[in-house]
Design a protein around this ligand. Structure first.
Ligand SMILES: Cc1cc2nc3c(=O)[nH]c(=O)nc-3n(C[C@H](O)[C@H](O)[C@H](O)COP(=O)(O)O)c2cc1C
Length: 359
């Protein structure tokens, strides 16, 4: 029966299943190269740590952000509902997955709009691929925002995935111009977001120059779309099967590690969300100390969300506890203090970032 479903919604369900069943994390985010400087005399009260923060003039109870993941197939609705209930309960922000499926098939809209129903006051970010924006114009961005009464829209960049997906779009021309036009005309903040290959300082500068409100690194070292698409190709009867599997393998190693992308994008001075391979509250503390305004997590929240609401809530509580302890041990009572915390940078991350100091 599933095979009669349209391709875009069916792909959404494939992605969730593959993320649950297969090993889809690849690479090296760089967080293990970062060490926060321990403050042996913190002079703060652990029970008075304040994790509240501001981003795009919204107040969040914690810098943890639920990164864009799902919606677009009836089987994804409950996962989005659980994620939204978590956003409401913990006072954190949340992105929905690409809304293309619902823009093509309006009967899928409630798999996204459930998020606003469950989290009436949360900061919710709509999501659309830059290729869909280019091909369908600003009207699609407007429909995406309206569908969920969003506070901002993330335009995602995923050319690695497009390049190795059998049905992918191989033409990346004309995207910068539409991004410019969107930022000029749209009344909502535009976030530009990678999905696993990172954003360099130069590209971040071009995007801020076009008028984006924030960059989401979507760096290498977490969930890998090359791995997910490789796994899909392995299962598919496509006649290009072997070539697609080997492309997936080769390009799991492609991208800018999240920490490098974060440090590069933060040099622009614009707000940055660090996403890609963050796996604990300590990683969030490191991300904030390196210049992130918010820190996104996708896979670590998806897996418990697919099991049940209590599992998801428990995971978020653990991440928030880890963040609070890392703040305590760096002598940071507030997120503003954490932004000033010192870090040691080692290994490959330090080497990659040195290319700038040598120039
Ligand atoms: C199942 C799944 C679906 C995703 N779909 C989208 C999407 O539609 N749009 C988007 O911008 N990012 C999407 N992402 C990427 C995440 O937002 C995030 O950038 C990436 O997974 C890295 O974070 P992680 O290592 O914590 O998983 C998806 C991630 C997962 C796991």
């Amino acid at each position: 029966m599933e095979n009669n479903e349209p391709a875009t919604p069916r792909r959404k369900l494939d992605h969730l299943r593959i993320c649950l069943e297969k090993e889809v994390e690849r690479g090296f985010s760089g967080f293990s190269d970062v060490r926060l400087v321990h403050e042996a005399l913190p002079e703060v009260n652990l029970d008075a740590i304040d994790t509240r923060t501001l981003f795009l003039r919204h107040r969040f109870a914690s810098p943890l952000f639920i990164a864009a993941m799902t919606g677009g197939h009836p089987g994804t609705r409950e996962v989005n509902a659980r994620l939204a209930r978590a956003a409401a309960r913990f006072g954190i922000g949340m992105g929905v997955g690409s809304q293309r499926a619902a823009l093509e098939y309006p009967e899928m809209e409630d798999t996204f709009s459930v998020v606003r129903d469950e989290a009436p006051d949360a900061f919710i970010v709509a999501n659309l691929g830059i290729v869909q924006l280019r091909d369908h114009g600003i009207e699609w961005a407007e429909r995406a925002v309206r569908m969920i009464d969003a506070d901002a829209i993330a335009i995602h960049l995923n050319f690695l995935q497009e390049a190795i997906q059998p049905e992918g779009d191989h033409d990346a021309t004309g995207c910068m111009a539409v991004l410019h036009a969107l930022c000029d005309e749209f009344k909502y903040p535009v976030i530009i977001k990678e999905t696993g290959s990172g954003i360099s300082e130069e590209t971040a500068r071009r995007c801020f120059g076009a008028g984006v409100a924030a960059i989401d690194t979507g760096g290498w070292g977490g969930t890998s779309w090359a791995a997910i698409e490789g796994a899909r190709a392995e299962e598919s009867p496509h006649n290009n099967h072997t070539r697609l599997v080997s492309l997936g393998d080769e390009f799991t190693d492609w991208g800018i590690p999240t920490v490098v992308s974060l440090c590069e994008a933060a040099r622009t001075g614009g707000p940055v969300i660090a996403t890609g391979g963050l796996r604990s509250g300590v990683d969030i503390a490191k991300g904030i100390a390196l210049g992130a305004a918010l820190c996104g997590m996708a896979l670590p929240l998806l897996r418990p969300a697919m099991v049940g609401e209590q599992e998801l809530f428990h995971r978020i509580e653990t991440v928030n506890d880890e963040l609070r302890i890392a703040m305590f041990l760096t002598g940071s009572r507030t997120v503003a203090d954490l932004k000033c915390a010192k870090t040691y940078l080692t290994g490959r991350t330090r080497e990659m970032l040195c290319r700038y100091s040598e120039e």
